[in-house]
Design a protein around this ligand. Structure first.
Ligand code: GLU
Length: 414
């Protein structure tokens, strides 16, 4: 039978398994198996050539029992309703894992920013906020950056929301530039979080990070910074890739050079001739593999060929659920996305707290709090996996879903 690559249904299956293991009823699963709200919008946008194009956008709010919903907005040609729904459910899990007072939300616009001018991207960003303004807000649902969106886009969205509401609303969105109430450390937070998980996982497997061979698939916001962090910690980054291909050198790559030359979408391999494919890169020799690009990269097809002894998921959904089983049967330690990539939303929470109190922290304070939160979350999930005899993905779902389930129960919803 063909492997089920549908992230939404496989997410539902693991949520069901986690709730059953925790002793919740089927009613709880019925509540949590889908977002509470899903809004689809059509956004008319003036293009540079004078024409008008209509873009489709989504915002999903999975569960707001623990607090406002929270999660990024992606601009990508492959954004679709099912993906946005699954991603909003993962945000509930991430918030539960790092113990934030949020439920999960997620949004997206079907577009390819690589083919658009800055002005067109601004028009889409503002149009998206106008279209969803009724269901979002600093105490309702708080957006943030995700694939191909950045702090400038957050700034336009914040400005549009503040204009609609007629008051300044920095807490409406996170991932803003520092000058508009952004937080120190937010830009590199996802990469920091992944790096903390890499260090903790290496400790569990007695791998010295100094000299460990690391492959990072993806050279965007998460991938490029984490390659730099592990490189600075003494690891040997032997492979990296972007959307067009991969680079591999068993002696280690010059990460500073690659960082310097990449473009704002993380493209770098087009400057080289000796490239390999993304699929080849995943199967190359290494100790730690970090998929930091897109979903469905490690599947039942290639899971048997992965050489790494640790896989840390920096992207959302890079390993299919079938492949997760294969990797755990092979004794590979898999640190799941909902844990490894939770650094971004953790510092988004810090940003929102700073906006609410109007008092701002130093980068050291932010990083220390992030570090403490993630180490606690990692060890908690590792412990659950060991004591319950389950893989770290199921353990992470068990820890992550509990807060939304408890909050829904206390509110009397189930
Ligand atoms: N988009 C990021 C994620 O998937 C960050 C979300 C946020 O900061 O709210 O975790």
């Amino acid at each position: 039978m063909a492997e089920n690559l549908n992230l939404f249904t496989s997410t539902q299956n693991v949520i069901k398994e986690a709730l059953t293991k925790l002793g919740y009823t089927d009613e709880m699963y019925e509540l949590l198996k889908e977002p509470l709200r899903m809004m689809t919008v059509r956004i008319p946008v003036k293009m540079d050539d004078g024409s008008v194009k209509i873009f489709t956008g989504y915002r999903a709010q999975h569960n707001d029992a623990p607090g406002p919903t929270k999660g990024g907005v992606r601009f990508h040609p492959e954004v679709n309703e099912e993906e946005v729904k699954a991603l909003s459910m993962w945000m509930t899990l991430k918030a539960g894992i790092v113990d934030l007072p949020y439920g999960g939300g997620k949004g997206g616009v079907v577009c390819d920013p690589r083919q658009l001018s800055m002005r067109e991207i601004e028009n889409i960003s503002r149009g998206y906020v106008r279209a969803i303004s009724q269901i979002v807000g600093p105490t309702k649902d708080i957006p943030a950056p995700d694939v191909y969106t950045n702090s400038q886009i957050m700034a336009w969205m914040m400005d549009e929301y503040s204009r609609i509401r007629e008051f300044d609303s920095p807490g409406f969105i996170t991932g803003k530039p520092l000058a508009l109430g952004g937080s120190h450390g937010r830009e590199k937070a996802t990469a920091q979080g992944v790096t903390i998980c890499i260090h903790e996982a290496a400790k569990k497997r007695n791998i010295d990070i100094k000299g460990a061979r690391v492959i990072v698939q993806g050279f965007g916001n998460a991938g490029s910074f984490l390659a730099k962090f592990v490189h600075d910690a003494g690891a040997k980054v032997v492979g990296i890739s972007d959307a067009y291909g991969g680079l591999y050198d068993p002696d280690g790559l010059d990460i500073d050079y690659l960082l310097d030359r990449r473009d704002s979408f993380g493209t770098i391999t087009t400057l080289f001739e000796n490239t390999i494919t993304n699929q080849q890169l995943l199967e190359m020799d290494c100790d730690i593999l970090v998929p930091a690009a897109i979903s469905n990269q490690i599947t039942a097809e290639n899971a048997h060929n992965i050489k790494a002894s640790i896989v840390v998921e920096a992207a959302n959904g890079p390993t299919t659920f079938e492949a997760t089983k294969i990797l755990s049967e092979r004794g590979i330690l898999l640190v799941p996305d909902v844990l490894a990539s939770s650094g971004g939303v953790t510092v988004s929470y810090f940003e929102w707290v700073q906006n609410n109190q109007g008092y701002y922290w130093t980068e050291e304070e932010v990083n220390k709090k992030l570090h403490d939160n993630l180490i606690k979350a990692f060890n908690n999930i590792y412990e659950v996996a060991q004591t319950r005899g389950v893989n770290m993905r199921l353990a992470a779902y068990m820890v992550g879903v509990r807060r939304a389930a408890e909050a829904s129960k206390f509110r009397g919803w189930v």
